[in-house]
Design a protein around this ligand. Structure first.
Ligand code: SAM
Length: 413
């Protein structure tokens, strides 16, 4: 199993971490020195609202559970719709909940700042919970990395009585380090997607991107497509429209990845009509489907949504198991075109599975690199007797910033 610590060798780190090992008197001296430089600062010293790296517990003197509590408070915020949610305006309880912080650890840290190492800037749970998480935005990344480095150096070969706390401490420290290394080096995360007109947020587990598995990450197209599909279901009586033709509606998502599109559709459908008279599949390659199943359960859709293998190069295994050739009323696809073979495979899948009166909803990012593949997709759709009945451009977010997207609604001619 991948361990973020494998990425990291404490000896090679060049960041200055010595100040995190300073003793109390040395720290006070250091602060005193700064204060002497500016007479005005003297008055606001202990009462000052703002904290900095010198307010973090000394790595040399603080016990591991005190440092562990700080590291948990420095966890990144929940990610909602590709944005970071902030702790601003949250209660102490809310902050503990969102950071997964146990009350006994918070009490231990409070004791540190009130009894063992008094610090008026951090002498209440409110101050601790409001100020420490904000340090991520107040001081430089280098200073925080220096703190984490000092923790690793001290505890990497620890063999004392607090081994379980120290193991947790090392795990948190290595996670804080890897979170600063970009999405591809980050540890596994759970992301949240809040859609308008959908009662519950969709939670998606994303494993660490250790292999070339693009389906272990949620991509921007799927958020755009999910919102338009939820809006559509919210404003249109799809069920009574469909009942004219069919008793049961069948929905298939191709290349689901973490499953946002299929799970959003399923959640909205369940909210509106329950789980009868619908069969819904989210599908992908074998190495992606295990995580996909996990996300089905995470959103309480097990027994309703089926996560199954459907390889575009070998759909026969799926057909042998479930049938449904030319039988799906709705096909959902987000971001399936990123190699020269993809246009042909994707059009083959639509040809194989779309019912004569079915509708395919496709969302693709307009990446400059794949302009040629998008053109091929367009002509293959035409050559295979498909008609694009609706097209819409939009702009949306991904982990790497703003991206342009294109939606196409496709039916058989
Ligand atoms: C860029 S990701 C998009 C994932 C998801 N739809 C999203 O937007 O978040 C492309 C997806 O297509 C899947 N895929 C690629 N080739 C495939 C194939 N031959 N058969 C089935 N799925 C495939 C990948 O595993 C991946 O999950």
């Amino acid at each position: 199993m991948f361990d973020p610590l494998d990425l990291y060798t404490p000896n090679e780190v060049k960041i200055e971490s010595s100040q995190f090992n300073l003793g109390k008197s040395e720290l006070l001296q250091e602060r005193q020195h700064g204060m002497e430089a500016n007479e005005d600062e003297k008055q606001s010293d202990e009462e000052d609202n703002i904290i900095d790296n010198l307010d973090l517990p000394s790595v040399k003197y603080a016990p591991p559970e005190v440092i562990l509590c700080v590291l948990i408070l420095l966890r990144p915020d929940r990610q909602v719709n590709f944005n970071q949610e902030t702790d601003k305006n949250k209660s102490v309880l809310g902050i503990c909940k969102s950071h997964g912080l146990e009350p006994y650890l918070l009490e231990r840290l409070l004791n540190w700042y009130t009894e063992e190492w008094p610090n008026k800037r951090l002498n209440s749970v409110e101050k601790i919970c409001n100020k420490i998480p904000m340090l991520r935005f107040m001081i430089s990344k280098q200073l925080l990395l220096g703190y984490y480095t000092a923790v690793l150096k001290k505890y990497n070969n620890y063999d004392g009585p607090n081994i379980r706390t120290v193991q947790q401490l090392l795990k948190e420290t290595s996670s804080r380090i890897s979170e600063n290394c970009g999405r591809t080096a980050q540890p596994s995360i759970v992301r949240y997607f809040e859609l308008k007109h959908l009662d519950n947020a969709i939670s998606l587990y994303e494993p660490s991107l250790t292999a070339d598995n693009l389906g272990w990450k949620t991509w921007g197209s799927s958020l755009i497509l999910s919102q338009s599909l939820v809006d559509y279901l919210h404003t249109t009586d799809v069920k009574s429209r469909m009942n004219r033709h069919t008793k049961e509606i069948k929905v298939l998502e191709l290349g689901s990845g973490t499953g946002l599109v299929g799970l959003s559709w399923a959640s909205k459908w369940k909210e509106l009509y329950g789980t009868d008279n619908i069969e819904i599949f989210v599908t992908d390659l074998p190495e992606i489907v295990t995580n996909l199943k996990k996300n089905v359960s995470l959103n309480n859709l097990q027994g309703f949504v089926q996560a199954e293998i459907l390889d575009w190069t070998n759909p026969l295994d799926f057909i042998d198991k479930f049938g449904h050739e030319n039988d799906f009323d709705v096909i959902l696809i987000a971001d399936p075109i990123y190699s020269p073979q993809h246009p042909e495979w994707v059009v083959n899948m639509i040809s194989k599975f779309l019912a004569p009166s079915g509708v395919c909803h496709l969302e693709i990012p307009l990446r400059a690199k794949y302009a040629k593949e998008r053109e091929i997709l367009k002509s293959l759709l035409r050559d295979n007797n498909f008609k694009v009945v609706k097209e819409a451009h939009s702009e949306g977010m991904d982990d790497w910033g703003i991206v342009d997207y294109l939606y196409r609604q496709i039916i058989r001619n």
